[in-house]
Design a protein around this ligand. Structure first.
Ligand code: CO
Length: 295
């Protein structure tokens, strides 16, 4: 029998393939984003968190706003990171598309690291050993792992939970447990191996529901809590219900009150190029987001 985690993983894997095929020079980010969202819904899931499309030296956390004009360029190295949810159980997966073909080794580094880590991720294995394998595999290709980005545990309605799955040997002896759901996501770079906090993105998450005075903020808070609970959400999704003024005023008030938090875009500190691959696995069982034709 397939449980929600199996279903969410399969939907995420299938939807990622749809998006990956659309990433071509001249295509718009928003087309890829909407095609993935539609596929997830068509397959009976919900979007688990905003579709992330991060290019070149941006490692993570770029998501489209609704009037987004961004298009892919011939030289781009594109990280597509997305999640599908079934009742809060999220399958989290990512792939890198190298449009110029000049970054093959960089892609191979993070992909090989992911395969090594998956092989090792058995019950009783300390997370630092997985990190060590990831870091050494990436180094063997002449690149650096991004050490301040990491994989993570997943629990219902919580995408980033304990344990942290590091991309280097951080000395953390926490052991993996049978049946635990974790996402492994090695990032490789020709930069210094760290990301910085960049500009504000359109990714948000509800932190706590509390009384707020502003009526736009109050309505938005209820909508967010009813529809996304504690999963990350895109500002773009709010425009199906609210107008621009309501969103701008309401979101700023919610940020000020600490009701929601924003995620910053994460560029590599030395403007290095970045590749990433990710799968969600059930420890001691299988890769949940791997489907026919996927990485
Ligand atoms: Co992840």
């Amino acid at each position: 029998m397939m449980d929600d985690w199996d279903k969410a993983g399969k939907i995420a894997g299938d939807a990622l393939l749809v998006g990956k095929k659309l990433i071509k020079p001249g295509a718009r980010f928003i087309e890829v984003t909407e095609a993935i969202e539609n596929k997830i819904n068509e397959l009976g899931g919900k979007v688990g968190f905003p579709i992330q499309i991060s290019v070149n030296n941006i490692a993570a956390h770029y998501t489209c706003i609704y009037e987004d004009k961004s298009v892919f360029n011939e030289e781009d190295i594109v990280k597509l990171d997305m999640g599908a949810s079934c009742e809060g159980a999220v399958g989290d997966t990512a792939v890198t598309v190298d449009l110029s073909g000049k970054n093959k080794d960089l892609c191979k580094a993070s992909y090989s690291a992911l395969l090594e880590a998956i092989k090792m991720a058995k019950p009783g294995v300390p997370v630092c050993s997985i990190g060590e394998a990831v870091g050494e595999t990436i180094a063997s290709f002449g690149f650096k792992p991004i050490t301040n980005l990491s994989g993570h545990g997943l629990n219902r309605w919580i995408v980033h939970d304990k344990p942290t799955i590091p991309n280097y040997n951080n000395g953390d002896k926490t052991k993996l447990k049978e049946g635990q759901i974790i996402a492994i996501e090695p990032f490789a770079t020709d930069g210094c191996g760290l990301v910085a906090e960049g500009v504000r993105s359109f990714n948000y998450k509800l932190v706590k529901v509390k009384p707020v005075r502003n009526s736009y903020a109050r309505d938005l808070m209820k909508y967010i809590s009813d529809n996304f609970r504690t999963l990350p959400f895109s500002q773009r999704w709010l425009y199906t219900r609210f107008n621009k003024l309501e969103v701008n005023v309401g979101m700023n008030a919610l940020l000020r009150e600490g009701v929601i938090q924003n995620y910053a875009v994460l560029p590599e500190k030395n403007k290095g190029m970045v590749s990433q691959f990710e799968h969600t696995i059930r420890v001691g069982d299988k890769v949940l987001t791997r489907v026919e034709g996927s990485h």
